[in-house]
Design a protein around this ligand. Structure first.
Ligand SMILES: Cc1ncc(COP(=O)(O)O)c(C=O)c1O
Length: 394
């Protein structure tokens, strides 16, 4: 018998209330289904749209070499890894991919995780306890910020890219074991962190530096080795390097790279590594094929660089406000969420897929169109987008 005098809140009803509040404030997220994909185009609601929202910066997700590696490995290994890495799930494909990633990033070893969230959570909670400090940029990806919250450590945030404020946060507790964690390329703004300054802050104050290079790997640096390589920083400067395999690499998954001591330690202590099924071996094979393409098909990065220059030059000529970004992430800040949604809808009517990104993903009043460029785009695609943006923003 239900006791009708109980005042316990009903969880699903609360969720529904939150949802209607989000709807009222133009913050409701909408799940769209992509019906087909071909090159830079996607099909949504039966319409063919030019996609400017993908993180497939080098255009590898549909590359024949990756498809073939995936199919061949699936024939050999089947589909699932069937177990966690430590309990029989760690196949030769995983070991070979880890070696390839360590070589590429100039690190001693690498360790695979099922995705970037799990990698960040695994590292931060393996390293930090309640008495420790985690200093982070305010615009870091949610997975890094939440990892520190879940680790239960003292999370100290500093204003975006402000190294003096970061130094003050480090100095606030000089005796505490401290990790400073930053995105390499900021996912919603496209700018690159002040990596050399952060490395020297950490070296001077004996803090450990961790860089999440989800959006830098494949895109920046010699052979696409990432923002950390581009900044000339070695393993000693950035002892913990994390990156994902679902963006420029075009597959899925993530890895952490660093010293043998770091990796051996994570194998014991990173709970998201220990207690999670290994990624399907065929995905590891596809990711290894992607590493070769990303490293050695340099024309993809050259093409991307040309597109970025083209977009920025066209935007300037057209009087469009640009963010301070030299990467494929070129946000167009609109301001209010309702306005960003309206611009996105007008772009969709004109044949472009550029979803609006709103709070809490970005700060209040900074809703935007997160335009991303890919080596799959042609210069004429960029020109058409710029023309459509000008009309949609008018
Ligand atoms: C900077 C950054 N870190 C981590 C992640 C999480 O990676 P994944 O999508 O593999 O969980 C993302 C992905 O959106 C990201 O942008």
């Amino acid at each position: 018998m239900v006791d009708r005098t109980l005042s316990r809140p009903e969880l699903l009803r609360r969720l529904a209330t939150t949802r209607s509040e989000l709807s009222r404030t133009s913050l409701l997220r909408r799940l769209r289904t992509i019906e087909a994909v071909s090159g830079a185009h996607v099909w949504i609601d039966g319409r063919r749209l030019l996609n400017f929202a993908s993180n497939d910066y080098l255009g590898l997700a549909q590359h024949p070499a990756l498809r073939e590696a995936l199919v061949v490995a699936a024939e050999r290994w089947g589909v699932g890894a069937t177990a966690a890495h430590l309990l029989g799930g760690h196949r030769e494909e995983h070991a070979l991919l880890e070696e390839a990633l360590a070589r590429w990033t100039g690190r001693e070893r690498a360790l695979l995780f099922s995705d970037g969230w799990m990698a960040n959570l695994g590292v931060v909670s393996a390293l930090l306890d309640r008495d420790d400090v985690c200093v982070q940029d305010k615009l870091n990806h949610a997975s890094l910020l939440d990892a520190a919250r879940l680790a239960g450590c003292d999370l100290k945030r500093y204003p975006h890219a402000d190294c003096e404020a970061a130094a003050r946060q480090l100095d606030a507790r000089p005796d505490a074991a401290t990790l400073l964690a930053s995105d390499g390329v900021f996912s919603m703004d496209g700018d690159v962190a002040p990596l050399r300054e952060l490395a020297s802050l950490c070296a001077d104050r004996r803090a450990t530096l961790m860089i999440d290079d989800a959006h830098g790997l494949g895109v920046l640096g010699h052979e696409g080795a990432g923002s950390v390589a581009e900044a000339g920083l070695a393993q000693a400067d950035v002892p913990i390097l994390m990156a994902t395999l679902g963006k420029a690499i075009g597959v899925a998954g993530a890895f952490v790279a660093g010293s043998a001591a770091l990796i051996d330690g994570l194998v014991q202590a990173a709970r998201t590594f220990v207690y999670s099924t290994a990624m399907p071996p065929a995905l590891a094979a596809a990711a290894r094929a992607a590493v070769d393409v990303a490293r050695f098909e340099g024309w993809r990065r050259d093409r991307l660089a040309q597109l970025i220059v083209h977009f920025r030059a066209g935007a300037r000529t057209g009087g469009l406000a640009l963010a301070d970004s030299r990467t494929p992430i070129q946000p167009v800040i609109v301001g209010e969420s309702a306005a960003a949604l309206a611009v996105s809808a007008r772009l969709e009517d004109a044949g472009f897929y550029v979803p609006a990104v709103r709070p809490p993903t970005v700060p209040e009043g900074k809703a935007r169109l997160r335009v991303t460029l890919s080596a799959l785009h042609a210069e004429s695609d960029v020109e058409r987008l710029l023309a459509a943006l000008k009309t949609a923003l008018a």
